[in-house]
Write a protein that binds this ligand. Sequence first.
Ligand code: GRF
Length: 223
Amino acid sequence: MSASPLSVAVLVSGRGSNLQALIDACAEGRLGARIVGVLSDRVEAPALRRAEASGIPTVALAPRGYPSRLAYDQALFARVSAFAPELVVLAGFMRVLSAPVVEAWRGRMINIHPSLLPKYPGLDTHRRAIEAGEREHGASVHFVSAEVDSGPVIAQVRIPILAGDDPESLAARLLPREHALLSATVALFAERRIALTPAGIQLDGRILERPLALGPDDRWWPA
Ligand code: GRF
């Protein structure tokens, strides 16, 4: 593991359970990272309270009053930049970011999405996967690009869809695996093992042919 902890800013809009997983992993020394700031577009987001409880600086910036989406995004990311993060993590951040902002953070901003991308970008992923008759579901961590829930996929975790699953039961079973996936992926960044290059995602200097898969034992496959 690298000597200096990776500085991470986390963007949130809601509950913040993925943020909490990162906070806990940092606190327990499982992640060579430090969360330098948590920012939200929703002043009331419970995620902000989680950050405060851990003594992490927060910024709540509501989009209201900004003349355009771009103007808001630029204001928000000026606050992100003030924390000088090496990595930005979107963890339940519910806004679509404007292309210039995404481009400026290309290769340095990741998102966690509750589906096996490229399947089911957007909302309501659990219901859509069940209705399509899928036998498995999962979550993906990907580099952020200008289109929603697109961008090169770094890593995924899979769970079976069980007979009798409804969107709530499936979401509840997936959530702890999301937490493990996000922590394990940020750990790869903290170890400086991941890079986005024009040829694709590099892991340990080699192009990743397909997303890494996190096994039930929380180990990567291929190792
Ligand atoms: C998670 O399911 C995440 O994958 C999605 O939004 C949800 C956020 O949950 N992008 P939480 O706020 O981290 O609890």
